[in-house]
Design a protein. Structure first.
Lengths: 81, 224
């Protein structure tokens, strides 16, 4: 058993809900990630307003799909964790 | 030669057209030579007279002569890092046991890892894609997309340029023929640097042609 596994078992034995803490950390991280995905969509839009005639729609599409995936994973974290 | 005190509008338009014609590949040897190098699309690192690519601050009759961004090879570092990040979970699951971690947390951890990896790759790509230098027949436009939260656009008139130099140093830069172009100006931005752009000597040559044209315009008293 690795020291980490021992640490986790000791915490569990003491009644502390370690995985609930990890779930909260996941939710916080995914919230920040969601903000990042929104900023990307926004910045891509602003950059294509500054520059015209470059691969607009494929990059905008990637940014929007990325945001959709971030939202999906955020919801998934609530469901499966 | 005395500069003209008054230049009729149609004369000015004709001179402007002459200037544009001078910068066309069929009339300018430097531009003709560099147009042959590589693709001229939106992913290009070096495009001459790119079709449809324009900065918002360009005037309607202002033509894009050069479109530059960092050489593709400058992306190799972060691409290798991404490859490493993609492989980390595979090695981690092969060499370590995560049996004490519940399955849902393992799955979520894995998803989160690849999400972060994708975000890093996309951010690096956007930084490369939007870091652009545009040379028009009137000015130089430097669009900097430093990171996802910081971008800045600076521009300077061609007639404000005082000195141009280029530098290619090191094995990789010499082999792939890219380097930095330094432009000293009399504008409020004292120096603009085109970082790691392909064919720096050709860029310098085009800029010198433009300066000569601009000086001739000044002598003839038809500066815009």
């Amino acid at each position: 058993m690795t020291p980490f596994e021992q640490f986790v078992q000791n915490l569990a034995a003491s009644g502390f809900n370690f995985w609930f803490l990890i779930k909260i950390l996941f939710i916080i991280a995914l919230t920040l990630y969601l903000a990042f995905a929104v900023i990307i969509v926004r910045q891509v839009k602003v950059m294509f307003e500054t520059l015209k005639g470059m691969l607009d729609w494929p990059i905008k599409l990637i940014a929007w799909v990325h945001l959709a995936i971030a939202v999906f994973i955020f919801i998934l974290a609530f469901i499966i964790l | 030669m005395m500069p003209d005190l008054f230049v009729a509008n149609n004369h000015r338009k004709r001179k402007k057209k002459e200037k544009k014609d001078f910068l066309k590949p069929e009339n300018n040897e430097t531009i003709r030579e560099i147009k042959k190098r590589g693709p001229q699309n939106a992913l290009a690192t070096f495009a001459v007279h790119p079709k449809n690519i324009r900065a918002k601050i360009q005037d309607r009759d202002e033509e894009t002569i050069l479109f530059l961004r960092r050489h593709l090879i400058t992306n190799v570092g972060w691409m290798l890092l991404i490859l490493g990040l993609i492989l980390v979970p595979l090695f981690a699951f092969a060499f370590f046991s995560f049996a004490t971690i519940p399955l849902s947390f393992r799955i979520m951890g894995l998803i989160f890892w690849y999400l972060i990896t994708f975000a890093f790759a996309f951010e690096r790509f956007l930084t490369w894609f939007f870091n652009i230098y545009i040379v028009t027949d009137e000015r130089i436009i430097d669009i900097n997309f430093v990171n996802i939260l910081l971008k800045d656009v600076s521009e300077m008139k061609i007639d404000r340029i005082q000195d141009i130099s280029s530098k290619t140093e090191g094995f990789v830069r010499s082999f792939f023929r890219y380097g930095d172009v330094f432009i000293q100006t009399a504008a409020h931005v004292p120096e603009v640097c085109f970082e790691a752009v392909p064919y720096p000597s050709s860029v310098t040559a085009v800029l010198n042609d433009l300066i000569l044209q601009e000086e001739q315009e000044k002598l003839e008293g038809r500066v815009k």
